[in-house]
Design a protein around this ligand. Structure first.
Ligand SMILES: [Zn+2]
Length: 390
């Protein structure tokens, strides 16, 4: 199979990415679209053929460009390498589907089918058609078609993860995902994983926090190093150098915002540096309690809005953007009638929903505790009642 034969697939992908709606997508929205594109390839294409490496490379670079720039043509330096995005979220990735690897795992399943003589039409066909010999592990049937020959290549992939022929034959079922995860290997976890994983905040907040945690936001200290700007002063306070650490916590503007939020969360302490905030969160809010959930959401939300405000001010400084009024005070970010209000409304609804769930859970726990305290006979009758009502 050649790249030309896969042209319809590529055209379909470009069509989806270039449709007008994608122009307004946030990073998080683009990630979602990429996931769906990769999923369709995984489901419809990669389970049958060994996809050409060139094609996989084309798909990856297209997705990469789309993620960071929002289009398929322009190229720009990616803040995070594409391979890293395949990693699990706990390891600092986005858990995107590695199409090349998934494809190999799917081909492994075909070879397993062939060796186990699974009751499938195509396997029987291969066994009948190549009757002269019995298709087995390690065979390289020269007279076999290209597709069949590629299946036998899977032996190599099995060996890469330490499987022998006996191991493969012993497998009763073969979920592709299990093989995929085995091939993907182990990763060391990042310290900030709990802030990103299971964060109920809006996806666009979490993505900006994800970039901040990687220290890959284009803060002015970095831009200056690259020679893009001369002035690396923070646009929020106009006094210190803008670094990731400064911008989100130690900046006087950010400190004011975070102090208000901490008070609202009934957390009474000083604003800390990024590193200390992480350590503190790990120590105090590691679980999945309602408080921890709300803290994580607020952290992501505040980072996002600080970043937005910083970008807006940078834009104003260069004469970009509509608003020409003087910079907003920190409080306006969270209280004033502003563009953020819709998001804040969405967040409030989420907090409401969570507190309702929290109350429901509490009620359930109390009910269970009450049940436990009752004597055996009473419990028995209650159980019977429950089974009756079912
Ligand atoms: Zn500052």
């Amino acid at each position: 199979m050649s790249v030309q034969q896969c042209q319809p697939l590529l055209e379909k992908m470009i069509g989806r990415i270039q449709s007008w709606t994608t122009k307004f997508l946030s990073y998080a929205g683009r990630v979602q679209l990429i996931r769906s594109v990769l999923l369709s390839i995984q489901v419809y294409w990669s389970q049958i053929f060994l996809l050409p490496k060139k094609l996989i490379h084309l798909i990856e670079s297209m997705c990469r460009r789309f993620l960071w720039t929002g289009s398929v043509e322009a190229t720009r330096k990616a803040p995070i390498s594409w391979d890293r995005l395949y990693w699990p979220k706990a390891a600092g990735g986005l858990n995107l589907m590695d199409i090349g690897l998934w494809n190999k795992a799917a081909i492994c399943k075909l070879l397993w089918n062939l060796c186990k003589k699974k009751d499938k039409m195509w396997v029987q066909w291969v066994h009948v058609y190549y009757k002269k010999y019995n298709p087995r592990w390690g065979d390289k049937p020269k007279q076999a078609s290209w597709v069949i020959q590629k299946i036998f290549k899977a032996k190599k992939y099995f060996e890469e993860v330490g499987y022998t022929e006996e191991d493969v034959l012993r497998l009763e079922t073969f979920p592709i995902k299990t093989m995929y995860l085995k091939q993907r290997g182990q990763f060391s976890k990042v310290s900030w994983r709990r802030l990103i994983c299971n964060n109920s905040g809006l996806p666009k907040w979490i993505f900006i926090m994800f970039l901040a945690a990687h220290r890959r936001l284009q803060t002015r200290d970095r831009l200056r190093k690259w020679g893009c700007v001369e002035d690396d002063t923070c646009p929020l306070c106009n006094t210190e150098v803008e670094t990731t650490d400064h911008l989100f916590f130690t900046c006087s503007f950010s400190t004011q915002i975070w102090t208000v939020i901490l008070e609202w969360l009934r957390i009474y302490r000083q604003v800390m540096t990024w590193e200390h905030e992480l350590k503190w969160a790990k120590q105090h809010y590691h679980g999945r309690s309602a408080n921890a959930e709300i803290y994580k959401m607020m952290l992501a939300g505040s980072i996002y809005y600080k970043w937005q405000e910083r970008n807006a001010r940078k834009g104003r400084a260069y004469g970009i953007g509509v608003q020409s009024s003087s910079s907003r005070p920190p409080a306006a970010l969270f209280t004033g009638a502003s563009v953020f209000q819709e998001d804040m409304e969405a967040m409030r609804q989420k907090v409401d929903q969570m507190s309702q769930e929290f109350q429901a859970t509490q009620a359930l726990i109390q009910k269970l505790l009450k049940k436990k305290s009752k004597k055996g006979a009473a419990m028995k009758s209650e159980c019977e009642e429950e089974t009756d009502s079912e």
